[in-house]
Design a binder for this molecule. Sequence first.
Ligand code: SAH
Ligand code: SF4
Ligand code: F3S
Length: 449
Amino acid sequence: MTFRIHTYGCQMNVRDSEAVTALLEQAGHQPVADERKADLVLVNSCSVRGKAEDKAIGKLRLLVKGRRRHPARIVGVMGCMAQRLGTELFDLVPGLDFVVGTRAARHVPRLAEAAAAGAGPQAILGRLDDPEVPHLHGQGALSAFVTVLLGCNRRCAYCIVPDVRGPEYSRPADEILSELATLAGEGVREVTLLGQSVLNYGRQKTDVWAGAAPSPRGFSEPFPRLLEAASAIPGIQRLRFTSSHPSGCTAELARAMAELPPVCAHIHLPVQSGSNRILRRMRRGYTVEQYVAAVGRLRAAVPECAITTDVIVGFPGETEEDFEATRALYRQVGFDNSFIFKYSPRPGTPAADAADDVPDAVKDERNRILLEDQDRIGLACNERWIGRETEVLAEGPSLRNPARWSGRNGQNKIVLFEPRGALAPGALVRVRIDRAKPQTLYGRIVGEE
Ligand code: SAH
Ligand code: SF4
Ligand code: F3S
C-alpha cells in the first residue's frame, strides 16, 4: 500500500517517523507525498501542550471524514498522544483504525496490514520500559538524527514526556557508533544525537561503555566520551546534540566541545524561567545562578558558542516580578534564539494540581514581550557576524528565493548566500556575512573546503 506520515512535535518524533517509514518500506509499502494518494495515513502525535493534542485530533478527524472520497483509507496514530490517550482515541476519533505507543512503533506495518484486511480498531501501546530504538534511516540525506537516549527520568513538574516516553534507556555506545559509521558511509555529513535530556546519556546504572578502551582524551563522563568517539568516525563533519539539561553542562562537556572539531559550537539549553522561585516549583533542579555558571563554563571554553533556550510563560504562580527576572536573564545571557511556550497544564503532572492561575491574556502578553526581546537580542547576536566568515553546510536553493542557497553554520544559524560555481548540497563553504536579521544571516561564498 501507499502511505503518508504527518509528524508533529519534536525531533524525537521526526526520528521515529523516519524509522517507521523505513519499516513500512521494508514491508513492501511505498511512501507518497500526496496524502490523497495514500492508502494509509499515519499521524505521529505530540502531547507536550494541549494545543499539540488538539491539532493531532483535528487532523485525525479530518482524515476519517475524508473517507467519503477515499473509502479504503486507513488512519492510524502513533507517538506521545497515542501513548497518553490509548484506546480513548477510538471514542475521540470514531472510525480511527489503530493506535500505537511510543515504544511499539515496530508493530505499525502489521497493524496497517490487518486494518486493510478488515480487522476492527486495534491498539498496541506496548511497555514503556521496552528499549525499542528507532535505528532505521532513509537514504540520501545529508543530516541525520540518531536517538542515543530514550525516555526521561527527570519529571519536571509541568511535563508529560516521562509519562509518554517512559524511563531513560541509554543505548550501548558501540551500537550508536556503528550506526554513525553506517550513516557516514551512506553520505551523511551531519548527525544530531537525540535524547530528552541527552547529557544524561550513560548516567544510569547500565555500563554503556562496557568493554571499550579508555577515552583517548581522558574523558570520564559517558556523554563527552560519546562525542569523542563519534568525532573520530571518518565522514562525520558535524556533530550536534539536543536537548541539554543544564545539570549535564559540565567542565568535561565544555572541554569536549572545545577540543573536538566536528562538535558544533551550539547548545540548546532550556532554562524555562529566570526566577528561582519558579524554577523550584518547576522542579528543574538548578538555580538561575547555576544556569549562568554553566553558560559561563561553555563560553570560557568555546567563546563562539551559540546558546538557545526554551522558556515557559505563565507557569502557575508566575508573577510580574518572576517574568521580569526571565527578561533580565535574556539580557544577561544574550540567547541566540529561544522557543517560548505558554504554560499548558498536562493531566497527571504535579503542576496540574496547582491552579492554572495566570490568565491567558497575560500569557499572551508575556509571550509577545519575550518574542520582541528575543528579536532584539537575536539581532544583536547576529550582527556580530557581519564582516566575518563562517562555515556553512550548503543544503540547496532557498525555498523563498531559489536564486539564493540556504544552509546552516556551526552555530545553527540559517545562512542565505549567493551560490557560485558547481555547488552541490553537502559542500562546506566559507561565507562572508554582510547582512543580518534576527533569525538569518546573509552573505557570499569566499571559499570552499
Ligand atoms: N526534554 C526537553 C524538553 C522537551 S519538551 C528538555 O528538557 O530540554 C520541549 C519544551 O516544551 C520544554 O523545554 C518546555 O519549554 C516546553 N513544555 C514542556 N511542557 C510544557 C507545558 N506543560 N506547557 C508549556 N510548555 C511546555
Ligand atoms: Fe520534560 Fe524535564 Fe524530561 Fe525535559 S527534562 S522531557 S522538560 S521532564
Ligand atoms: Fe511532543 Fe513527545 Fe516530543 S510530547 S515534544 S513529541 S517527546
